[in-house]
Every structure is written in C-alpha cells, then in structure tokens.
Design a protein around this ligand. Structure first.
Ligand SMILES: Nc1ncnc2c1ncn2[C@@H]1O[C@H](COP(=O)(O)OP(=O)(O)OP(=O)(O)O)[C@@H](O)[C@H]1O
Ligand SMILES: [Mg+2]
Length: 144
C-alpha cells in the first residue's frame, strides 16, 4: 500500500494566494506531468489551475471544463485541464481515451478522486480543503 507523504502545505487566505500557489507549483512541472487535484465543491481547484496556467505563460482565460470534460490551452507546454465531476467511474474515463493526452503536455485533473485507477502512480497530488475562516489549506502530497 503506498504511503502518502506531505511535500508542501500552504494556507491560502484569498483567491489571489491560491493563484500564486498554482503559479509557483507550475515551476515543478515538466512535459508529461499529471496533477491530480482533490477537494470538494468550491474549494478552489479551478482557481489553483488558473494560477498554474499563469505559471505556464498561458494568456487565455481558464474556465471550468465541467461540461466539456477537457480543455486545452497553449503555453510553455500544452495544458490539458480536465474536470471529471460528471463522470462516474474509471471506465467512463477510459472510454473517453483522455489518458492518451498525458504524454503530450501537462495535465491537471479536477475531482481526480473519482477516477483513482486512471491516475498515474507518479502523479502529483494536490489536495485542497477549507479550514477556519474560509481559508484554504493546499497540500502537495506524494505517494511512494
Ligand atoms: N483562499 C481561497 N482560494 C481559492 N478560492 C477562494 C478562496 N477564498 C474564497 N474563494 C472562493 O472560492 C471559490 C472557488 O471556486 P473554484 O471554482 O476555484 O472552486 P472549485 O474547487 O474548482 O469548484 P468546483 O468544485 O465547482 O469545480 C471562488 O468563488 C473563490 O472566490
Ligand atoms: Mg472547478
């Protein structure tokens, strides 16, 4: 059973701080990186992705791909922003063939906990939750 370890924890008091966290995080990514975001409704996952996009020099505005499932943006690397909220299982994800994109750019997946088997073992896991006063705790976790 993989043992999770904590690589980094940030407390964000405002959306701009979550954006900044995503922007800094982008520096750790390279071609083929997959970022699995975890966290409930409205915790700030898309906000984090907006920062990540800023870190990848993407000028286009990031919008939530809840209905389209995948959105692609051109930057330092192509960014594939995926939201699997509307999928029910790993099988749904498999049928869409999305994992073929992983090697072609940087992939970030909202609601990744819904498709646990589809997340590569070496993916970066970023978990966001809401703590006191509406602040967000952003944790970068690694399983090994
Ligand atoms: N510290 C914070 N970091 C990020 N968002 C915050 C923070 N404080 C308040 N917010 C608000 O929380 C909301 C987060 O929305 P966002 O769409 O990023 O969440 P999400 O996790 O992607 O939601 P969904 O589950 O619908 O995909 C925004 O309205 C934002 O203004
Ligand atoms: Mg979202």
């Amino acid at each position: 059973m993989p043992v999770p370890s904590l690589l980094c924890e940030i407390i964000s008091a405002a959306p701009e701080e979550t954006l900044a966290a995503g922007e800094h995080f982008a520096a750790a990514l390279r071609l083929g990186s997959v970022v699995a975001l975890r966290g409930g409704l409205g915790v700030g996952k898309t906000c984090f992705v907006k920062g990540l996009a800023r870190g990848l020099n993407i000028k286009e505005e990031i919008t939530s791909p809840t209905y389209t499932i995948v959105a692609e943006y051109a930057g330092t690397f192509p960014l594939y922003h995926i939201d699997v909220y509307r999928l029910n299982s790993d099988d749904d994800f498999d049928n869409l063939g999305i994992s073929e994109l992983f090697d072609r750019g940087i992939t970030v997946i909202e609601w990744s906990e819904r498709i646990p088997k589809s997340i590569p073992l070496d993916a970066a896991i970023v978990e966001i939750d809401i703590i006191t006063d509406g602040k967000r705790r952003i944790r970068w976790i690694k399983t090994a």
